[in-house]
Design a binder for this molecule. Structure first.
Ligand SMILES: [Zn+2]
Length: 144
């Protein structure tokens, strides 16, 4: 199995797990309105964004796109589940996070609101934040 396919199946598995842990009304809504896909960024070591979501352009389908990168592949399970919950939160709150479509200050508010929703749903946002900080720090260009 290629690493891309392996990562795809890991994400599918955790998406299903996250869904089971959501409140029932949210779980039902996600089943009807949210789809997942993945873009391949293998070998792009600098990447530190993992996913984006788009609120519906057509019909009622929200789309979550995962970026298959080293950052995502090395992410521990509980952190990846928090990422998935975070993207679902954007959909649930009706937030489009494609940066070319929304102003920066609005995006910042979206991120806070989505994280608060993830905390309310009981996922491990602290673990995710720690993993992200470590990842970014390790790859920061050396100061001269
Ligand atoms: Zn976000």
């Amino acid at each position: 199995m290629k690493s891309y396919e392996k990562e795809q199946s890991r994400i599918d598995r955790y998406c299903a797990e996250v869904k089971r842990e959501l409140p029932e009304n949210v779980r039902k809504w996600v089943s009807r309105h949210v789809i997942y896909n993945m873009l391949n960024f293998e070998g792009r070591h600098y990447m530190s964004s993992v996913a984006a979501c788009a609120s519906p352009l057509y019909g009622k389908t929200h789309e979550i796109t995962f970026y298959n990168s080293d950052y995502l592949r090395r992410m521990p399970k509980e952190s990846l589940k928090a990422v998935i919950a975070h993207e679902i939160a954007h959909c649930w709150l009706g937030q489009n996070t494609h940066h070319d479509k929304v102003a920066e200050n609005i995006i910042e508010r979206f991120e806070v609101d989505a994280d608060n929703q993830v905390i309310a749903w009981g996922f491990d946002i602290d673990g995710l934040n720690k993993y992200s900080e470590k990842w970014v720090a390790k790859r920061k260009p050396k100061e001269v």
